[in-house]
Design a protein around this ligand. Sequence first.
Ligand code: ZN
Length: 179
Amino acid sequence: MRRHVSLPAPHRGSSTAKILAERYVLRVEARARGEHLDPEAQSGQTGRLRATQVVTGHGCFGHYLHQIQRELGPQCHECGDPDDSAQQTLEMCSRWEGERRTLMRAIRTTDLSLHSVVAAMLGSERKWKAVVSFCEEVISQKEAAEREREDAADAPPLRHRRRGRARAQYAAANRALPR
Ligand SMILES: [Zn+2]
């Protein structure tokens, strides 16, 4: 059984995203054949979604939120970096040093470039889970902080609960990958 995997348009064709999408399909097919996959690896739809956000850059990152006009600027609210991209979050943001150390130990490399992280994910179930778990931990906290900023009484109108086009874009970018 092959399911269609849809990725956000600007990254369709990006080889990294494509590799990950293929990996999802392989996992779906393995399950369809009745092969045993680690139960924990099978759960955590949100973890996979967060990992996708990190790989595609479409998620709770200042850079992206600014691009879709949900933030006034692209800076990182955690460390003040002028450009809060997925890569900034993965490699540099001082806020996530602890999570990053745990991840580097688990995937046995200090190279957190996207290429290296995806290679680790493809390398083993254990490393896959370590990356997913890092993404889940970090992005869920970034999203919680983003919600707090949205709800803040003095938030600029732009930031109040997303509506219309911005909401549709955000929803499209966060569309879940197949189970
Ligand atoms: Zn930061």
